[in-house]
Write a protein that binds this ligand. Structure first.
Ligand SMILES: Nc1ncnc2c1ncn2[C@@H]1O[C@H](COP(=O)(O)OP(=O)(O)OP(=O)(O)O)[C@@H](O)[C@H]1O
Length: 449
């Protein structure tokens, strides 16, 4: 076991399995992974639905397994709207439980059932790339991007399973045993030192899979998956990838005559030139020429989707008529700009029950869908508890009074100004809150109370 990951370090203040059983009720199995089972559970006190990932300790690790430690450490250090959030941890003698935010299903399940339109695939990929850009910016590579590790709730997307992730800042030796074969980047097959671009490759494969419902690089073995890459992306040669022929596995894996790149022809059947260009850039063989997640987000294909995002907070105590009126006004004002921005709906839902049952919440949600269909924007619903959770993670140590103050934040008008004086808010609180919003990629907030 490595120094960064010591059992003592994470176990001292964590609840034990007995307490976990008191705190959460396990409801059903959500999925099985290589290292354990993921359950749906409910926090008995708050009634919040959570996902509980159980990780068995292996004999070899003599305690908590390295993969679990890696996942916990990374999950705890990140706050990103597009990555599943960490909530709690419990350690037992032979297993560890990670409690996370719950999402309805993974993309593999959704892919088996649904066909995604290009607009839907676009929204999914925008969020996947946002999550990846966040991780890469922090020096973290996910190393296992595939549909089972992308969670979905009404096209709100979150990346999960950071068990394979690596923090490049820790300068540890790299293993080539990463990524599912069908999503594995060519440099990993060929034995080159890799970087965050391996995730961009996997994301490119996922993009094709969302559009065509199948993965062109699927194969029954590692070897056949690599052959599929050669078939569609062409043979890597010195002309298109400087130094490739000296890579350790080159001569073992590449024996046939060079094949041309036919990826574009395959895509042309179904896609616009901008989309083809983006996927082509994500699936460029040479990682040094492959697009980064950050640059992919700036690609003209996503133009207009990623410029501004609005949060609208709907207070559950509003009357239906008032909500309708407000939303109608907002719609009128936003209409012109709609083509250029994406809209995020932030609903204050004090409990999940409220979200499910309230007519008001439903109207607001329907409204977001109207905007959604007008502009093909994506919307995300975040509850106040989530915002507070993020704030706490940022170690702002907010007192109850401060939290209440935030809860009383008003937005004065559509000029996106928060009038601190009028509502007697401490500037530090507002700044803390705005900082929190920036971690959610939000520039403005529109609150009503
Ligand atoms: N937060 C969550 N909400 C809902 N379902 C989840 C959540 N996290 C995981 N799942 C489900 O459980 C499955 C397995 O989870 P995860 O990939 O984290 O486990 P793993 O043991 O690391 O798997 P792998 O074999 O890919 O390494 C996922 O594919 C998904 O279906």
């Amino acid at each position: 076991m490595t120094q960064e990951f010591s059992f003592q370090r994470i176990s001292t203040s964590q609840m034990q399995t007995v307490e976990l059983k008191k705190k959460y009720i396990l409801q059903k199995i959500l999925g099985y992974g290589q290292y354990g089972t993921v359950y749906k559970g409910v926090n008995q006190r708050t009634q919040e639905t959570v996902a509980i990932k159980e990780l068995r300790h292996s004999y070899k690790d003599q305690g908590i397994n390295v993969q679990a430690l890696r996942e916990i450490e990374i999950l705890k250090s990140i706050q990103c709207q597009q990555i599943v959030s960490f909530k709690d941890l419990a350690c037992g003698e032979n297993r560890t439980f990670i409690i996370m935010e719950y999402m309805e299903e993974d993309l593999l399940t959704a892919l088996k059932r649904d066909t995604f339109s290009e607009q839907q695939a676009k929204m999914i990929m925008l969020q996947v790339l946002q999550g990846l850009a966040y991780l890469h910016n922090k020096g973290i590579i996910h190393r296992d991007i595939k549909p089972n590790n992308i969670l979905n709730k009404n096209l709100e997307i979150k990346i999960c399973d950071l068990g394979m992730a690596q923090n490049l800042k820790k300068l540890k030796p790299q293993t080539p045993r990463i990524q599912n074969h069908s999503y594995r980047a060519p440099e990993v097959f060929l034995g080159q030192k890799y970087c965050s671009k391996v995730d961009v490759w996997s994301a490119g494969v996922l993009f094709i899979q969302l559009l065509f419902k199948s993965n062109p690089f699927q194969g029954s073995s590692e070897h056949s998956c690599f052959q599929q890459i050669l078939k569609y992306c062409g043979t890597p040669q010195e002309e298109n990838w400087n130094g490739v022929t000296s890579l350790i596995n080159y001569s073992t894996l590449i024996k046939e005559d060079p094949q041309p790149r036919i990826l574009q022809t395959l895509l042309e059947k179904k896609m616009s030139p901008l989309l083809i260009n983006l996927i082509d850039s994500m699936l460029t063989l040479d990682p040094s020429q492959r697009i980064t997640a950050q640059d992919a987000l700036q690609h003209p294909y996503f133009c207009g989707m990623n410029i501004e995002r609005y949060f609208i907070l709907i207070n559950p105590y509003y009357t239906d008529a008032l909500i309708k009126q407000m939303l109608a006004e907002k719609k009128a004002k936003l209409n012109n700009k709609l083509k250029q921005m994406s809209l995020t709906i932030l609903m204050e839902t004090k409990s999940l029950q409220f979200r499910k049952s309230s007519k008001k919440a439903k109207i607001a949600f329907d409204y977001s869908l109207i905007l959604f269909s007008l502009n093909s924007v994506y919307q995300i619903i975040i509850s106040f508890p989530q915002v507070f959770h993020n704030l706490q993670q940022q170690k702002q140590n907010l007192s109850t009074t401060s939290r209440n103050q935030i809860q009383r934040l008003y937005v004065i008008d559509l000029n996106h100004k928060i009038d601190i004086k009028e509502y007697n808010l401490e500037q530090s609180i507002v700044l803390a809150f705005l900082e929190n919003l920036s971690t959610l990629n939000c520039q403005y907030c529109i609150f009503h109370q």
